[in-house]
Design a protein around this ligand. Structure first.
Ligand SMILES: Cc1cc2nc3c(=O)[nH]c(=O)nc-3n(C[C@H](O)[C@H](O)[C@H](O)COP(=O)(O)O)c2cc1C
Length: 225
């Protein structure tokens, strides 16, 4: 009888200990689930839009925007800085890259003294074949979709170095907006002359800046977009 009671007691103790052990394991699993749950609810889903493969959705939109974005350049010649001022403002307003047409032989004030028939500028303008050499390689202009092309008016039209530029580089892919500064002459004749000489160049319009200002530049850019 004693042995039987001891056996029953042993079975009861074993059952109790086993049940308690299982209970502990189950509690541990639940708590680790809680931890995973909190990670899922906080870090992972929140971080998805910013990083990791699923953020490709965001990158995709950006890429689409970038793909449709047009490359814009401002290309200009300026002998005494006035057209340069307009060019810099256009680049600022449009966010364009800017390239200066720099003559290999810079113009001195004597060269620009148009009251002297023999000054360099006048001699060039009187010679259809004059093509002042450009100092730098500007071949990258062929990659731009929109080009703002600026120059001062010399004897009613564009300086010869603009012709050097247009004969040196192919910009037929671009829409060209010309701009100028002058003592009073308009840009129209220069646009007509350039268009006659270079029919492949797609000149959309032209703008003369009387007073160069950011406001005037903004107004023009808005009017052509
Ligand atoms: C050789 C030469 C010819 C010029 N011819 C004219 C002209 O026909 N009409 C005019 O309004 N201004 C004329 N100008 C004045 C320039 O167009 C004006 O000063 C321009 O703003 C200068 O620009 P820049 O500082 O970018 O060189 C001439 C200037 C030079 C040096």
């Amino acid at each position: 009888m004693k042995k039987r009671c001891a056996a029953i007691l042993m079975v009861l103790i074993f059952t109790f200990v086993f049940a308690a052990g299982c209970g502990q394991t189950s509690a541990t699993d639940d708590s680790s689930n809680d931890v995973r749950q909190s990670v899922q609810n906080t870090g992972v889903p929140d971080s998805k839009p910013d990083s990791g493969p699923e953020s490709d959705l965001g990158t995709g939109i950006e890429t689409k925007d970038t793909a449709t974005e047009k490359k814009i350049a401002v290309v200009y010649f300026s002998a005494t800085g006035t057209t340069a001022e307009a060019a810099n403002l256009i680049a600022k307003v449009t966010g364009a890259d800017i390239f200066e047409i720099v003559p290999e032989e810079q113009y001195t004030s004597e060269d620009l003294n148009y009251n002297d028939d023999n000054c360099r500028a006048n001699k060039e303008m009187n010679d259809d074949t004059a093509r002042p050499v450009i100092a730098d390689d500007l071949s990258m202009v062929s990659e731009y979709d929109i080009i703002y092309l600026g120059y001062p008016i010399w004897w009613g039209t564009a300086p010869r170095i603009v012709q050097t530029f247009l004969e040196s580089y192919d910009i037929s892919q671009a829409t060209v907006h010309t701009f100028c500064t002058s003592g009073g002459s308009g840009i129209e004749k220069s646009v007509e002359d350039l268009q006659d000489l270079y029919p492949d160049v797609n000149i959309a319009d032209g703008k003369r800046f009387g007073a160069v200002s950011e406001e005037a530049v903004k107004d023009w850019i808005e009017s052509i977009n």
